[in-house]
Design a protein around this ligand. Sequence first.
Ligand code: HEC
Length: 111
Amino acid sequence: MKKVVFSVLITALLTGAVGEAAVYKGQREFHKQCKACHDDGQDIAFTYKRRTWKKMMKDNGAGLAELHLNSEKAKKSWKYFKSKKYQKNSKHLKDFMVEYAKDSGNVPACN
Ligand code: HEC
């Protein structure tokens, strides 16, 4: 009986996770992958306007990856930017960046 309750709980959790806004997923990805070098996701999002972000994140984030792959200082991020994981998550990152871009007028809630 316990097992059944447990699996229902897991299912509920998973469905909940799928229903999350992509903006939130992008923020989470930022916290995991970018925060080591860029303190604040809001500051980074604020670097560009929405249009520029859309361009940067086109083709699975090719522009942003290139920017880092061209910088010796960003060497530690190369593995991530070359990974499938980045390609997969780049659309969430884009949603996050566009949401808080310079001309978006949005400020993320403190967390
Ligand atoms: C290993 C450290 C490192 C990681 C991890 C990293 N970056 Fe960077 N990033 C850099 C460096 C260094 C530069 C400056 C590149 C240059 O101009 O030489 C940079 C530049 C940028 C810029 C250009 C804006 C500016 O101020 O020049 C943006 C936007 C950016 N990074 C976003 C991100 C995002 C989004 C992630 C996560 C997906 C990320 N970075 C992960 C090191 C990192």
